[in-house]
Design a protein around this ligand. Structure first.
Ligand code: FE
Length: 140
């Protein structure tokens, strides 16, 4: 079980940049190829930009050609939560941070082996913690 971080909309607005708020709290999407993690290969852990919750490992990042950072699986089974997103006339599976419910991106069943999954994630929803550095959770 993940210990939830629940903050008011005002508090999120105060803590996040305008871009982070638009994506994490308002289900926005950064434009393709504009995110800072599209091409990065540095070893480490990608954590939620809202709450610091570990989401993905660099070893499971792959080049999808989509213009968004893409991963084959989350760092742990309970790192993410998912829900059906019927916006824009599509049925997609939205991926959220399991701790703060921040919007991360979507998951599609067209990824590489071994999982066959492609977690398509906004750079602005994440921070990169280099290998060996401590991961600290944001608290209320
Ligand atoms: Fe989070």
């Amino acid at each position: 079980m993940v210990d939830k971080l629940i903050l008011s909309e005002d508090e999120w607005r105060r803590r996040l940049s305008a871009e982070e708020f638009a994506v994490l709290r308002q289900h926005g999407t950064e434009r393709a190829w504009t995110g800072c993690f599209v091409g990065t290969k540095s070893a480490g852990t990608y954590v939620c930009a809202g709450c610091g919750h570990p989401l993905f490992r660099s070893g499971e990042k792959f080049e999808s050609g989509t213009g968004w950072p893409s991963f084959t699986r989350p760092i742990t089974a309970d790192a993410l939560s998912e829900r059906v997103d019927r916006s824009y006339g599509m049925v997609r599976t939205e991926v959220l941070c399991a701790r703060c419910d921040g919007h991360l991106g979507h998951v599609f069943p067209d990824g590489p082996a071994p999982t066959g999954m492609r977690f398509c994630i906004n750079s602005v929803s994440m921070r990169h913690v280099p290998e060996g550095e401590p991961i600290s959770l944001v608290t209320a």
